[in-house]
Design a protein around this ligand. Structure first.
Ligand SMILES: [Zn+2]
Length: 381
């Protein structure tokens, strides 16, 4: 069996070949196109259409038996042959493995369509979203309008325009403790310094009621901005430079906006389907291995719970979890953590086992005893 590294290298080679072929093909196609354009231009200038006769014949020639066009078609086909070869190579390397990984997994079409729709909206692919809604006959996403609005603001922020984001934050975040509204107004001040000069920035700081309001309790930061004005524009090697570091500040503001916007709708900042996909890619090699080992043992069919731990990194952990100090197992909805009188926590099953026929249960951590009946369940979020 070839290793993952060898698989990767073989695909990389395919990609390199495609890249090289595409580059050569593009050159050939562009040459042919230039020839066609030159011929038409020539006929136009000399007003001599005898060779190409009239427009209709040009089109006809372009369609059939026209050498440059035949050459373009041929080049394109050669190029696609390389792409198709890579596809076949991927099938050869992974199809069998993927089949192992997919056994016993049934995808819920409704949830999948919903996830794809939200993914498209999140990526600003509104046209593709509309087509999917139409073709799947499913309902409009509740987030359609939200993502449309977010996309406009994201586009503006990428072009370093603050108005739409400030308006959005003003409507939603005025009373919130969140920093977004203040950060946007602060960036407006910085932008005014950079574009219209110090006086415009000072005027804004003095007269903008929202800025005045948001500055409350942020005296130190306002002082830093004001000090920086004294040094402007010789700011580069001073400790105030971070305020004017556009390369860092604009992406930071964009990220903050996306975080606050996602939170306002109680949705994830990243695409769910992309997250699931990348988590799946990381977990798949272990899942395949597990499935290959256990596939012939009918008692160990892979359903919802997998009896092995698959570590895929902290960034994929979205929930707190609790490991029972007695059984050393992670608690689940069937076996939730329960609170003892002393404040220590163990799993429900462990508590039941420890109580058995007795009326009291001694905490495994401290000497305090808890009466057995109705231990309160804890929910971790
Ligand atoms: Zn205790």
């Amino acid at each position: 069996m070839i290793s993952t590294q060898q698989e990767g290298n073989s695909l990389l080679k395919d990609l390199e070949r495609i890249k090289k072929k595409t580059r050569i093909s593009n050159k050939i196609i562009n040459n042919q196109l230039d020839q066609i354009i030159a011929q038409i231009e020539e006929a136009k200038i000399s007003n001599d259409y005898s060779q190409l006769k009239d427009k209709l014949q040009v089109l006809y020639l372009l369609r059939k038996n026209y050498k440059p066009l035949t050459k373009i078609k041929q080049t394109n086909n050669e190029c696609y042959a390389y792409i198709s070869k890579m596809g076949k190579n991927m099938d050869k390397l992974y199809k069998k493995n993927l089949q192992y990984g997919q056994e016993h997994v049934e995808l819920n079409q409704t949830i999948l369509t919903k996830l794809i729709k939200n993914h498209l909206l999140r990526d600003g692919e509104f046209e593709a979203y509309e087509i999917l809604v139409k073709e799947s006959g499913s309902e409009e996403s509740q987030y359609h309008q939200f993502f449309a609005e977010v996309q406009n603001i994201v586009d503006d922020l990428k072009q370093r325009k603050l108005d739409s984001a400030i308006k959005w934050a003003e409507q939603r975040e005025k009373k919130s403790t969140n920093n977004l509204f203040y950060e946007l107004l602060k960036q407006r001040v910085i932008q005014l310094v950079q574009t219209e000069g110090i006086n415009a920035a000072i005027y804004f700081m003095r007269n903008n009621s929202s800025f005045q309001e948001q500055s409350q309790g942020r005296l130190y930061e306002i002082c830093l901005i004001t000090y920086s004005l004294l040094l402007w524009p010789n700011i580069e090697n001073t400790k105030y430079y971070y305020l004017y570091d556009d390369e860092k500040n604009w992406p930071r503001i964009l990220k903050l906006f996306l975080e606050v916007a996602s939170k306002s709708q109680n949705i994830m900042i990243k695409s769910e389907i992309r997250t699931v996909f990348s988590a799946g890619c990381l977990a798949m090699p272990k899942l395949i291995k597990y499935n290959q080992i256990t596939r012939n043992r009918s008692s160990e069919v892979l359903v919802n719970d997998i009896p092995i731990d698959i570590e895929i990194g902290k960034e994929y952990k979205y929930h707190s979890f609790f490991v029972c100090p007695v059984s050393k197992e992670v608690t689940t909805s069937d076996n939730p953590p329960v609170l003892l009188k002393c404040g220590h926590v163990i799993s429900k099953l462990s508590a039941h086992k420890m109580i058995a026929n007795k009326s009291k249960l001694k905490c495994p951590t401290c000497p305090i005893e808890t009466k057995g009946a109705d231990l309160p369940e804890l929910i971790f979020i």
